[in-house]
Design a binder for this molecule. Structure first.
Ligand code: ADP
Length: 262
């Protein structure tokens, strides 16, 4: 009789613990959703005022009689608010991706998308005395959202240029390999300490090589990039480059036969 009572007591205790655990999971999920909603609302509400600041800055800078010293001040305001816009955009993107926003994938040819991005970034690269090379094979049509894939290219290319030193080279390679589209962006820049690679795609993470040199950033771009790549069923990784620097590899499914269904 004692045994039965003891077993029942233990079973009751286990049930109570289970209920407590389920309650905690529910509370954590609610908190997580509240955090996502808050970030989404705050970023959305910040967008408009920043837009107004940028609009007025442009308007004032257009005045031909503006004294040079004020023009320089306006440039600082413009650059700072551009950075703020970027930060808010990244936060908003992450909030939407966290909320499980679905992408509208269409059949697209990645070739022109890459060429466009390379052309745009070549301007910033040459201003920093960095050579930008692209080696793009004829590529298959892949399922993707053009604006989002452009964002992936922009983030990786701007990082490669930003974290390069004068005289450096950034090489963009795109190949079709085993039903995958493989994009590689390699630079000969400042690199990332080996032990920091595992944190590279974490939100707000910045490598000590970048902070040590005082290069500005938010540590959000790679988190957004990873989320976009994963929403395309792809993978992204980073490794030390062969000539120093860093190499990022994006692999996306290139299921050509699927495109007919899209
Ligand atoms: P941000 O560049 O705004 O700081 P990212 O999320 O794009 O944010 O990158 C996170 C960090 O990863 C950067 O701060 C930098 O330390 C490191 N990083 C990213 N790309 C490179 C690169 N090509 N070379 C060296 N470090 C890089």
């Amino acid at each position: 009789l004692h045994d039965i009572t003891e077993r029942r007591r233990l079973a009751d205790q286990r049930e109570q613990l289970l209920e407590q655990e389920q309650l905690q999971v529910r509370q954590l999920r609610e908190l997580d959703k509240m955090k996502d909603d808050l970030v989404a609302v705050v970023s959305h509400e910040l967008r408009n005022p920043i837009g107004v600041i940028r609009g007025y800055t442009e308007l004032m800078a257009a005045d031909p009689d503006l004294p040079e010293v004020l023009r320089q001040d306006l440039t600082v305001i413009d650059h700072t608010s551009a950075r703020l816009t970027h930060l808010v955009d990244d936060l908003l993107d992450l909030a939407q991706l966290d909320a499980g926003k679905q992408f509208h994938l269409v059949p697209l040819d990645p070739g022109p998308l890459i060429q466009d991005a390379v052309r745009t970034h070549r301007i910033t690269a040459s201003a920093r005395q960095v050579t930008l090379i692209s080696e793009v094979e004829p590529l298959p049509v892949i399922p993707g959202e053009p604006r989002r894939l452009q964002q992936v290219l922009d983030n990786l290319l701007s990082n490669a240029v930003k974290y390069s030193l004068p005289g450096g080279t950034v090489t963009v390679t795109a190949r079709h390999h085993d039903d995958r589209f493989v994009l590689t962006i390699a630079d000969t820049g400042i690199g990332i300490p080996a032990e920091q690679y595992p944190h590279l795609f974490d939100r707000f993470f910045r490598a000590s090589t970048a902070t040590g040199l005082g290069i500005k950033g938010t540590g959000l771009g790679l988190a957004v990039t990873k989320a976009i790549v994963e929403a395309h069923d792809g993978t992204i990784s980073a490794e030390p480059g062969t000539d120093g620097g860093t190499r990022f590899i994006v692999s996306l499914p290139a299921r050509v036969q699927l495109t007919a269904e899209l």
